[in-house]
Design a protein around this ligand. Structure first.
Ligand code: GRF
Length: 217
């Protein structure tokens, strides 16, 4: 048996991914325990989801700090007070400093609504439609200093339909996010997932360039 893995979740918005993790890790036997949810926005609905689940919350307003380094240093203090083994970015709309990323090297995960390395940044669903792509999806990756870069852990694919709008596509991608993010966190909590020199390792095996790939159904 391994010890429970303490997780701190950072978010800025609605917290759909947080909810998926709350639901997935609610049993007492779960390998992961969400210790705290921290937001840079006091009005993030994700904070309410956390409170409803009895999870500690903190708000750290980035506008109250003089610059990114000062905010990130304060954020590190808040996070580390909970002694997490893993920090999970779940719609945290801040670019993180190199210091922050280095501090959590190998224990910082992010989810992005595209098949990385395609469509880094914002408005991914719109951009996929404009490009006429046949496939879209979402990616969980270890965070490195490159924005939306870092070794991939798991990707899930959706087929783009000719009738899709950014909204319908977002809905299907979100449903998949809510499957793959708890899965990746569970792997980490069980000690199966780690970041090696060459990339992400699952059960000691180097994952391919796409991570573990879940094909479209
Ligand atoms: C998701 O689309 C995620 O991929 C991106 O931010 C969004 C967060 O959504 N990083 P939610 O707040 O978890 O519902």
């Amino acid at each position: 048996m391994h010890d429970t893995c303490n997780v701190v979740v950072l978010l800025s918005g609605t917290g759909g991914n947080l909810q998926a993790m709350i639901d997935s890790f609610q049993s007492a036997a779960s390998p992961a325990r969400i210790r705290a949810v921290i937001s840079n926005r006091a009005d993030a609905y994700g904070l309410e989801r956390a409170r409803n689940a009895g999870i500690d919350t903190r708000v750290l307003d980035h506008t109250a700090y003089e610059g990114r380094e000062a905010f990130d240093a304060a954020l590190i203090d808040q996070i580390d007070a909970f002694k997490p083994e893993l920090v999970v970015l779940a719609g945290f709309m801040r670019i993180l400093s190199a210091n922050f990323v280095r501090h959590y090297q190998g224990r910082l995960l992010n989810i992005h609504p595209s098949l990385l390395p395609l469509y880094k940044g914002l408005h991914t669903h719109q951009r996929v439609l404009e490009a006429g792509d046949a496939e879209h999806g979402c990616s969980v990756h270890f965070v490195t200093e490159e924005l939306d870069g870092g070794p991939l852990v798991v990707q899930a694919i959706v087929c783009v339909q000719s009738s899709d709008s950014p909204g319908t596509l977002a809905q299907r991608v979100h449903a998949l996010e809510h499957r793959i993010y708890p899965l990746a966190v569970r792997w980490f909590a069980e000690g199966r997932l780690s970041l090696g020199e060459q990339g992400a390792l699952l059960d000691g095996q180097l994952l391919g360039p796409n991570g573990h790939l879940i094909p479209a159904i």
